[in-house]
Design a protein around this ligand. Structure first.
Ligand code: 4AD
Ligand code: MG
Length: 431
Protein backbone atom coordinates (compact mmCIF):
# COMPACT_ATOMS: atom_id res chain seq x y z
CA UNK A 1 0.00 0.00 0.00
CA UNK A 2 1.28 3.41 -0.92
CA UNK A 3 1.78 6.02 1.79
CA UNK A 4 0.20 9.23 0.68
CA UNK A 5 2.05 12.35 1.79
CA UNK A 6 1.30 16.01 1.42
CA UNK A 7 4.13 18.14 0.11
CA UNK A 8 4.13 20.34 3.20
CA UNK A 9 4.92 17.24 5.29
CA UNK A 10 7.61 15.55 3.14
CA UNK A 11 10.41 16.44 5.55
CA UNK A 12 8.92 13.95 8.01
CA UNK A 13 9.26 11.25 5.34
CA UNK A 14 12.93 11.68 4.43
CA UNK A 15 14.30 8.40 3.10
CA UNK A 16 10.84 6.84 2.79
CA UNK A 17 8.79 6.02 -0.26
CA UNK A 18 5.62 8.12 -0.54
CA UNK A 19 2.99 8.96 -3.12
CA UNK A 20 2.15 12.58 -3.91
CA UNK A 21 -1.27 13.25 -5.40
CA UNK A 22 -1.30 16.49 -7.35
CA UNK A 23 -0.98 18.34 -10.61
CA UNK A 24 1.90 19.01 -12.97
CA UNK A 25 2.96 22.63 -12.59
CA UNK A 26 6.00 22.69 -14.84
CA UNK A 27 8.37 20.30 -16.56
CA UNK A 28 11.91 20.26 -17.89
CA UNK A 29 12.81 17.56 -20.39
CA UNK A 30 16.45 16.41 -20.18
CA UNK A 31 16.12 13.24 -22.27
CA UNK A 32 16.56 10.34 -19.86
CA UNK A 33 15.75 12.67 -16.99
CA UNK A 34 12.41 14.38 -16.56
CA UNK A 35 12.20 17.11 -13.93
CA UNK A 36 8.58 17.51 -12.89
CA UNK A 37 7.50 20.37 -10.69
CA UNK A 38 4.44 18.97 -8.93
CA UNK A 39 1.99 20.91 -6.78
CA UNK A 40 -0.58 19.35 -4.47
CA UNK A 41 -2.28 22.34 -2.85
CA UNK A 42 0.04 22.42 0.15
CA UNK A 43 3.17 23.29 -1.81
CA UNK A 44 5.24 22.30 -4.79
CA UNK A 45 8.10 19.88 -5.11
CA UNK A 46 10.62 18.79 -7.70
CA UNK A 47 10.19 15.15 -8.74
CA UNK A 48 12.97 13.57 -10.76
CA UNK A 49 12.11 10.74 -13.11
CA UNK A 50 15.17 8.79 -14.27
CA UNK A 51 14.47 6.45 -17.15
CA UNK A 52 16.25 3.45 -15.61
CA UNK A 53 14.29 3.74 -12.31
CA UNK A 54 10.76 3.36 -13.69
CA UNK A 55 8.84 1.13 -16.09
CA UNK A 56 8.88 2.14 -19.77
CA UNK A 57 5.14 2.97 -19.49
CA UNK A 58 5.72 5.23 -16.50
CA UNK A 59 8.62 6.96 -18.23
CA UNK A 60 6.57 7.49 -21.37
CA UNK A 61 3.76 8.97 -19.26
CA UNK A 62 6.17 11.31 -17.48
CA UNK A 63 7.64 12.46 -20.78
CA UNK A 64 4.33 13.27 -22.41
CA UNK A 65 2.32 14.57 -19.44
CA UNK A 66 0.93 18.07 -19.98
CA UNK A 67 0.75 21.11 -17.67
CA UNK A 68 -2.02 20.77 -15.05
CA UNK A 69 -2.64 17.06 -15.68
CA UNK A 70 -3.68 15.31 -12.49
CA UNK A 71 -1.08 12.77 -11.41
CA UNK A 72 0.17 10.30 -8.82
CA UNK A 73 3.91 10.37 -8.27
CA UNK A 74 5.61 7.76 -6.10
CA UNK A 75 9.21 8.01 -5.01
CA UNK A 76 11.75 8.34 -2.26
CA UNK A 77 12.01 11.65 -0.40
CA UNK A 78 15.55 13.01 -0.44
CA UNK A 79 17.00 16.12 1.10
CA UNK A 80 18.32 18.26 -1.75
CA UNK A 81 19.62 21.72 -0.88
CA UNK A 82 19.44 22.94 -4.48
CA UNK A 83 15.79 21.97 -4.99
CA UNK A 84 13.07 24.51 -4.20
CA UNK A 85 11.81 23.73 -0.70
CA UNK A 86 14.94 21.68 0.11
CA UNK A 87 13.48 18.26 -0.76
CA UNK A 88 13.19 16.23 -3.91
CA UNK A 89 11.41 13.05 -4.92
CA UNK A 90 13.39 10.30 -6.70
CA UNK A 91 10.54 8.83 -8.68
CA UNK A 92 9.86 5.08 -8.76
CA UNK A 93 6.39 5.16 -10.26
CA UNK A 94 4.27 7.65 -12.12
CA UNK A 95 0.67 7.60 -13.33
CA UNK A 96 -1.79 10.03 -14.82
CA UNK A 97 -5.44 10.40 -13.76
CA UNK A 98 -6.36 12.82 -16.48
CA UNK A 99 -4.29 14.37 -19.24
CA UNK A 100 -5.04 18.09 -19.17
CA UNK A 101 -5.98 19.80 -22.40
CA UNK A 102 -3.89 22.79 -23.45
CA UNK A 103 -3.90 24.84 -20.24
CA UNK A 104 -4.83 28.44 -21.07
CA UNK A 105 -2.50 29.97 -18.47
CA UNK A 106 1.14 29.43 -19.33
CA UNK A 107 4.19 30.91 -17.59
CA UNK A 108 4.20 33.75 -20.17
CA UNK A 109 2.49 37.10 -19.47
CA UNK A 110 -1.28 37.39 -19.72
CA UNK A 111 -3.54 40.45 -19.62
CA UNK A 112 -5.61 41.11 -16.50
CA UNK A 113 -8.93 40.58 -18.27
CA UNK A 114 -7.81 37.23 -19.59
CA UNK A 115 -6.66 36.18 -16.14
CA UNK A 116 -9.88 37.39 -14.48
CA UNK A 117 -11.95 35.44 -17.01
CA UNK A 118 -9.92 32.38 -16.05
CA UNK A 119 -9.91 33.10 -12.32
CA UNK A 120 -11.03 29.51 -11.62
CA UNK A 121 -7.76 28.32 -13.17
CA UNK A 122 -5.60 31.30 -12.25
CA UNK A 123 -6.01 30.42 -8.56
CA UNK A 124 -3.64 27.50 -9.14
CA UNK A 125 -0.68 29.74 -9.88
CA UNK A 126 1.93 30.28 -7.21
CA UNK A 127 1.28 33.99 -6.50
CA UNK A 128 -2.46 33.47 -6.12
CA UNK A 129 -1.79 30.44 -3.94
CA UNK A 130 0.45 32.53 -1.69
CA UNK A 131 -2.12 35.34 -1.41
CA UNK A 132 -4.97 33.02 -0.43
CA UNK A 133 -2.83 31.39 2.24
CA UNK A 134 -1.96 34.79 3.70
CA UNK A 135 -5.66 35.68 3.57
CA UNK A 136 -6.62 32.55 5.51
CA UNK A 137 -3.99 33.31 8.13
CA UNK A 138 -5.17 36.91 8.51
CA UNK A 139 -8.72 35.66 9.11
CA UNK A 140 -7.59 33.06 11.60
CA UNK A 141 -5.43 35.59 13.45
CA UNK A 142 -8.38 37.97 13.74
CA UNK A 143 -10.75 35.33 15.00
CA UNK A 144 -8.36 33.86 17.50
CA UNK A 145 -7.45 37.29 18.89
CA UNK A 146 -11.10 38.23 19.33
CA UNK A 147 -12.01 34.83 20.78
CA UNK A 148 -9.11 35.12 23.25
CA UNK A 149 -9.99 38.67 24.27
CA UNK A 150 -13.55 38.25 25.43
CA UNK A 151 -15.47 38.82 22.19
CA UNK A 152 -18.32 36.43 21.42
CA UNK A 153 -18.98 35.51 17.79
CA UNK A 154 -22.63 36.42 17.12
CA UNK A 155 -23.75 36.13 13.50
CA UNK A 156 -25.76 38.90 11.88
CA UNK A 157 -28.20 38.60 8.97
CA UNK A 158 -27.36 38.96 5.28
CA UNK A 159 -30.88 39.94 4.22
CA UNK A 160 -31.88 43.18 5.89
CA UNK A 161 -34.79 45.63 5.81
CA UNK A 162 -32.70 48.83 5.87
CA UNK A 163 -29.44 50.62 5.08
CA UNK A 164 -26.53 50.91 7.50
CA UNK A 165 -23.98 52.73 5.36
CA UNK A 166 -26.08 55.04 3.18
CA UNK A 167 -28.82 54.28 0.71
CA UNK A 168 -26.79 54.85 -2.45
CA UNK A 169 -24.94 51.52 -2.38
CA UNK A 170 -27.75 49.12 -1.50
CA UNK A 171 -28.31 45.91 -3.43
CA UNK A 172 -32.05 45.46 -3.47
CA UNK A 173 -33.80 42.14 -3.76
CA UNK A 174 -37.40 40.99 -3.70
CA UNK A 175 -38.46 39.46 -0.39
CA UNK A 176 -41.87 37.90 -0.98
CA UNK A 177 -43.25 41.10 -2.44
CA UNK A 178 -41.32 43.42 -0.13
CA UNK A 179 -37.95 45.04 -0.61
CA UNK A 180 -34.97 43.61 1.18
CA UNK A 181 -31.32 44.59 0.91
CA UNK A 182 -28.07 42.66 1.08
CA UNK A 183 -26.28 43.73 4.23
CA UNK A 184 -23.73 46.55 4.03
CA UNK A 185 -22.57 45.91 7.61
CA UNK A 186 -23.62 43.86 10.62
CA UNK A 187 -23.07 46.81 12.93
CA UNK A 188 -26.66 47.69 13.83
CA UNK A 189 -27.32 44.08 14.86
CA UNK A 190 -24.03 44.00 16.73
CA UNK A 191 -25.34 46.94 18.75
CA UNK A 192 -28.34 44.84 19.78
CA UNK A 193 -26.08 41.88 20.51
CA UNK A 194 -23.71 43.74 22.85
CA UNK A 195 -26.65 44.62 25.09
CA UNK A 196 -27.08 40.86 25.49
CA UNK A 197 -23.45 39.68 25.40
CA UNK A 198 -21.18 42.65 26.22
CA UNK A 199 -18.48 42.30 23.58
CA UNK A 200 -19.27 40.63 20.25
CA UNK A 201 -18.08 40.36 16.70
CA UNK A 202 -19.57 39.29 13.44
CA UNK A 203 -17.60 38.14 10.46
CA UNK A 204 -19.14 37.70 7.08
CA UNK A 205 -19.69 38.92 3.56
CA UNK A 206 -21.01 42.44 3.09
CA UNK A 207 -22.31 44.06 -0.06
CA UNK A 208 -22.10 47.51 -1.57
CA UNK A 209 -23.38 48.50 -4.99
CA UNK A 210 -20.25 50.59 -5.55
CA UNK A 211 -20.60 52.25 -8.89
CA UNK A 212 -17.01 53.40 -9.02
CA UNK A 213 -14.18 51.39 -10.51
CA UNK A 214 -11.22 51.67 -8.17
CA UNK A 215 -8.33 49.57 -6.94
CA UNK A 216 -9.89 49.41 -3.50
CA UNK A 217 -13.57 48.63 -3.99
CA UNK A 218 -15.38 45.35 -4.37
CA UNK A 219 -19.15 44.96 -4.45
CA UNK A 220 -18.92 41.88 -2.21
CA UNK A 221 -16.27 41.93 0.50
CA UNK A 222 -15.67 40.37 3.90
CA UNK A 223 -15.64 42.37 7.05
CA UNK A 224 -14.97 41.59 10.69
CA UNK A 225 -16.92 43.85 13.02
CA UNK A 226 -16.22 43.93 16.76
CA UNK A 227 -18.58 45.92 18.98
CA UNK A 228 -18.21 46.73 22.70
CA UNK A 229 -20.63 47.94 25.35
CA UNK A 230 -19.25 50.65 27.67
CA UNK A 231 -16.30 51.40 25.34
CA UNK A 232 -15.45 54.94 24.25
CA UNK A 233 -13.51 56.16 21.23
CA UNK A 234 -10.12 55.73 22.97
CA UNK A 235 -10.88 52.14 23.90
CA UNK A 236 -12.01 51.51 20.33
CA UNK A 237 -8.65 52.68 18.97
CA UNK A 238 -6.77 50.63 21.53
CA UNK A 239 -8.56 47.44 20.46
CA UNK A 240 -8.01 48.23 16.78
CA UNK A 241 -4.26 48.67 17.16
CA UNK A 242 -3.89 45.53 19.28
CA UNK A 243 -5.80 43.53 16.70
CA UNK A 244 -3.85 44.86 13.72
CA UNK A 245 -0.52 44.34 15.50
CA UNK A 246 -1.56 40.75 16.26
CA UNK A 247 -2.47 40.12 12.61
CA UNK A 248 0.95 41.36 11.54
CA UNK A 249 2.86 39.28 14.11
CA UNK A 250 0.98 36.15 13.07
CA UNK A 251 1.45 36.61 9.35
CA UNK A 252 5.14 37.43 9.69
CA UNK A 253 5.79 34.32 11.74
CA UNK A 254 3.53 31.87 9.89
CA UNK A 255 3.58 33.08 6.29
CA UNK A 256 7.17 34.17 5.74
CA UNK A 257 7.53 31.84 2.77
CA UNK A 258 4.41 33.18 1.06
CA UNK A 259 5.44 36.81 1.64
CA UNK A 260 8.78 36.00 0.06
CA UNK A 261 7.05 34.48 -2.97
CA UNK A 262 5.12 37.74 -3.23
CA UNK A 263 8.38 39.69 -2.96
CA UNK A 264 6.89 41.69 -0.11
CA UNK A 265 9.27 43.98 1.77
CA UNK A 266 8.67 42.57 5.25
CA UNK A 267 10.88 45.17 6.97
CA UNK A 268 7.97 47.57 6.45
CA UNK A 269 5.55 45.12 8.06
CA UNK A 270 7.84 44.53 11.04
CA UNK A 271 7.33 48.19 12.01
CA UNK A 272 3.61 47.60 12.58
CA UNK A 273 3.59 47.40 16.37
CA UNK A 274 1.19 49.14 18.78
CA UNK A 275 0.63 51.96 19.60
CA UNK A 276 -0.27 53.72 16.33
CA UNK A 277 -0.21 57.49 15.89
CA UNK A 278 -3.53 59.30 16.42
CA UNK A 279 -4.40 62.54 14.66
CA UNK A 280 -7.62 64.48 14.30
CA UNK A 281 -9.38 65.11 11.01
CA UNK A 282 -8.28 68.75 11.29
CA UNK A 283 -4.63 67.72 11.59
CA UNK A 284 -5.02 65.25 8.73
CA UNK A 285 -6.53 68.00 6.60
CA UNK A 286 -3.41 70.12 7.19
CA UNK A 287 -1.17 67.26 6.09
CA UNK A 288 -3.21 66.64 2.94
CA UNK A 289 -3.18 70.35 2.06
CA UNK A 290 0.55 70.66 2.74
CA UNK A 291 1.03 67.80 0.26
CA UNK A 292 -0.76 69.86 -2.37
CA UNK A 293 -4.22 68.25 -2.19
CA UNK A 294 -7.12 70.67 -2.27
CA UNK A 295 -9.98 69.82 0.06
CA UNK A 296 -12.56 71.81 2.06
CA UNK A 297 -13.28 71.22 5.74
CA UNK A 298 -16.28 68.89 5.90
CA UNK A 299 -15.45 66.77 2.88
CA UNK A 300 -14.51 63.14 3.33
CA UNK A 301 -11.00 62.11 2.30
CA UNK A 302 -10.59 60.37 -1.03
CA UNK A 303 -7.84 57.97 -2.03
CA UNK A 304 -5.27 60.71 -2.93
CA UNK A 305 -5.82 62.46 0.42
CA UNK A 306 -5.52 59.23 2.36
CA UNK A 307 -2.29 58.41 0.55
CA UNK A 308 -0.84 61.84 1.33
CA UNK A 309 -1.80 61.55 5.02
CA UNK A 310 -0.49 58.00 5.40
CA UNK A 311 2.82 58.96 3.76
CA UNK A 312 3.63 61.05 6.82
CA UNK A 313 3.81 57.86 8.96
CA UNK A 314 5.42 54.44 8.75
CA UNK A 315 2.69 52.83 10.85
CA UNK A 316 -1.05 52.83 10.31
CA UNK A 317 -2.49 56.16 11.46
CA UNK A 318 -5.78 56.80 13.25
CA UNK A 319 -7.75 59.78 11.95
CA UNK A 320 -10.49 60.68 14.43
CA UNK A 321 -13.15 63.38 14.81
CA UNK A 322 -14.36 63.53 11.24
CA UNK A 323 -16.96 66.19 10.48
CA UNK A 324 -20.38 64.87 11.47
CA UNK A 325 -21.69 65.72 8.01
CA UNK A 326 -19.44 63.24 6.19
CA UNK A 327 -20.12 60.25 8.43
CA UNK A 328 -23.00 57.80 8.91
CA UNK A 329 -26.14 58.59 10.94
CA UNK A 330 -25.18 56.43 13.93
CA UNK A 331 -21.96 58.29 14.83
CA UNK A 332 -21.90 59.90 18.28
CA UNK A 333 -21.38 63.65 18.17
CA UNK A 334 -18.59 65.18 20.22
CA UNK A 335 -20.55 67.01 22.96
CA UNK A 336 -17.97 69.82 22.96
CA UNK A 337 -17.93 70.19 19.19
CA UNK A 338 -21.10 68.66 17.72
CA UNK A 339 -20.00 69.49 14.17
CA UNK A 340 -17.43 66.70 14.68
CA UNK A 341 -18.14 63.06 15.46
CA UNK A 342 -16.49 60.43 17.65
CA UNK A 343 -15.52 58.54 14.50
CA UNK A 344 -12.19 57.03 13.58
CA UNK A 345 -10.68 55.54 10.45
CA UNK A 346 -7.43 53.61 10.39
CA UNK A 347 -5.31 54.35 7.32
CA UNK A 348 -2.70 51.80 6.30
CA UNK A 349 0.78 52.95 5.32
CA UNK A 350 2.27 52.92 1.80
CA UNK A 351 -0.93 54.26 0.25
CA UNK A 352 -3.12 51.21 0.94
CA UNK A 353 -5.85 53.47 2.30
CA UNK A 354 -8.56 52.97 4.88
CA UNK A 355 -8.64 49.48 6.30
CA UNK A 356 -10.88 50.16 9.31
CA UNK A 357 -13.86 52.44 9.88
CA UNK A 358 -15.58 52.82 13.23
CA UNK A 359 -16.12 54.88 16.33
CA UNK A 360 -18.48 55.59 19.16
CA UNK A 361 -22.22 55.24 18.51
CA UNK A 362 -25.04 57.59 19.40
CA UNK A 363 -26.35 56.57 22.83
CA UNK A 364 -29.24 59.03 23.19
CA UNK A 365 -32.71 58.34 21.84
CA UNK A 366 -33.42 61.99 21.02
CA UNK A 367 -30.22 62.49 19.04
CA UNK A 368 -30.71 59.25 17.12
CA UNK A 369 -34.30 60.19 16.23
CA UNK A 370 -33.05 63.52 14.91
CA UNK A 371 -30.27 61.80 12.91
CA UNK A 372 -32.71 59.46 11.20
CA UNK A 373 -34.71 62.48 10.03
CA UNK A 374 -31.61 64.38 8.89
CA UNK A 375 -30.41 61.37 6.93
CA UNK A 376 -33.90 60.79 5.47
CA UNK A 377 -33.99 57.20 6.73
CA UNK A 378 -37.34 55.39 7.14
CA UNK A 379 -38.08 55.40 10.85
CA UNK A 380 -40.27 52.24 10.77
CA UNK A 381 -37.32 50.14 9.67
CA UNK A 382 -35.26 51.44 12.59
CA UNK A 383 -37.79 51.13 15.43
CA UNK A 384 -35.99 48.08 16.80
CA UNK A 385 -32.70 50.01 16.68
CA UNK A 386 -34.29 52.91 18.59
CA UNK A 387 -35.40 50.38 21.22
CA UNK A 388 -31.73 49.85 22.07
CA UNK A 389 -31.73 53.48 23.30
CA UNK A 390 -34.98 53.00 25.21
CA UNK A 391 -33.96 50.01 27.27
CA UNK A 392 -30.64 50.45 29.06
CA UNK A 393 -28.66 52.52 26.58
CA UNK A 394 -24.90 52.68 27.26
CA UNK A 395 -21.93 54.35 25.60
CA UNK A 396 -20.59 51.87 23.07
CA UNK A 397 -18.14 51.63 20.21
CA UNK A 398 -17.06 49.32 17.46
CA UNK A 399 -15.47 49.08 14.07
CA UNK A 400 -15.29 47.19 10.81
CA UNK A 401 -12.05 45.87 9.34
CA UNK A 402 -12.11 45.08 5.63
CA UNK A 403 -10.43 41.73 5.00
CA UNK A 404 -9.55 42.41 1.36
CA UNK A 405 -8.05 45.84 2.07
CA UNK A 406 -5.96 44.21 4.78
CA UNK A 407 -4.83 41.42 2.45
CA UNK A 408 -3.90 44.01 -0.20
CA UNK A 409 -1.75 45.84 2.30
CA UNK A 410 -0.09 42.80 3.88
CA UNK A 411 0.68 41.22 0.51
CA UNK A 412 1.59 44.54 -1.14
CA UNK A 413 -0.89 44.19 -4.02
CA UNK A 414 -1.69 47.00 -6.37
CA UNK A 415 -5.32 45.92 -6.85
CA UNK A 416 -7.94 44.48 -4.50
CA UNK A 417 -9.23 41.98 -7.09
CA UNK A 418 -6.43 39.51 -6.28
CA UNK A 419 -7.28 39.36 -2.56
CA UNK A 420 -10.42 37.22 -2.80
CA UNK A 421 -10.87 33.96 -4.69
CA UNK A 422 -13.72 35.15 -6.90
CA UNK A 423 -13.92 38.96 -6.87
CA UNK A 424 -17.16 40.81 -7.51
CA UNK A 425 -16.69 44.24 -9.00
CA UNK A 426 -18.60 46.71 -11.11
CA UNK A 427 -18.92 44.87 -14.41
CA UNK A 428 -17.74 41.46 -13.25
CA UNK A 429 -19.69 38.58 -11.79
CA UNK A 430 -18.00 35.80 -13.84
CA UNK A 431 -16.71 33.24 -13.01
O1 4AD B 1 -16.00 52.33 6.76
P1 4AD B 1 -17.09 51.32 6.53
O2 4AD B 1 -18.11 51.63 5.52
O3 4AD B 1 -17.72 51.07 7.97
C1 4AD B 1 -18.81 50.30 8.25
O4 4AD B 1 -19.40 49.59 7.48
C2 4AD B 1 -19.14 50.27 9.70
N1 4AD B 1 -20.58 49.98 9.85
C3 4AD B 1 -18.30 49.22 10.38
C4 4AD B 1 -18.52 49.17 11.86
O5 4AD B 1 -18.27 50.15 12.53
N2 4AD B 1 -18.97 48.04 12.37
O6 4AD B 1 -16.42 49.93 6.14
C5 4AD B 1 -15.49 49.32 7.00
C6 4AD B 1 -14.30 48.79 6.20
C7 4AD B 1 -13.51 49.84 5.47
O7 4AD B 1 -12.58 50.48 6.29
C8 4AD B 1 -12.84 49.02 4.39
O8 4AD B 1 -11.72 48.33 4.91
C9 4AD B 1 -13.90 48.00 4.06
O9 4AD B 1 -14.75 47.90 5.19
N3 4AD B 1 -14.68 48.37 2.88
C10 4AD B 1 -14.52 47.83 1.66
N4 4AD B 1 -13.67 46.91 1.21
C11 4AD B 1 -13.75 46.56 -0.10
N5 4AD B 1 -14.65 47.07 -0.95
C12 4AD B 1 -15.54 48.00 -0.53
N6 4AD B 1 -16.44 48.48 -1.38
C13 4AD B 1 -15.49 48.43 0.83
N7 4AD B 1 -16.22 49.30 1.58
C14 4AD B 1 -15.70 49.24 2.82
MG1 MG C 1 -15.28 54.05 5.95
Amino acid sequence: MATYARIQDVAQHTGEEVTIRGWLYNKTDKGKLQFLLVRDGTGSMQCVVFKRDVTPEAFEAATTVTQESSIYVTGTVREEKRAPGGYELSVTDFSVLQIAQDFPISPKEHGVDFLMNHRHLWLRSSRQWAIMRVRATIIRAIRSWLDDNGFLLVDTPILTPAACEGTSTLFETDYFGESAYLTQSGQLYNEANIMAFGKVYCFGPTFRAEKSKTRRHLTEFWMVEPEMAFADLDECMRVEEELVAHIMRTVLSERAEELEMLERDTTLLEKIVAPFPRISYDEALEIARAAGESIEWGEDFGAPHETAIAKAFDKPVFVHHYPTQCKAFYMEEDPERPETSLSVDLLAPEGFGEIIGGGQRTASLELLERKLVEHKLPREAFEWYLDLRRYGSVPHSGFGLGIERTVSWVCGLSHIRQTIPFPRTLGRIYP
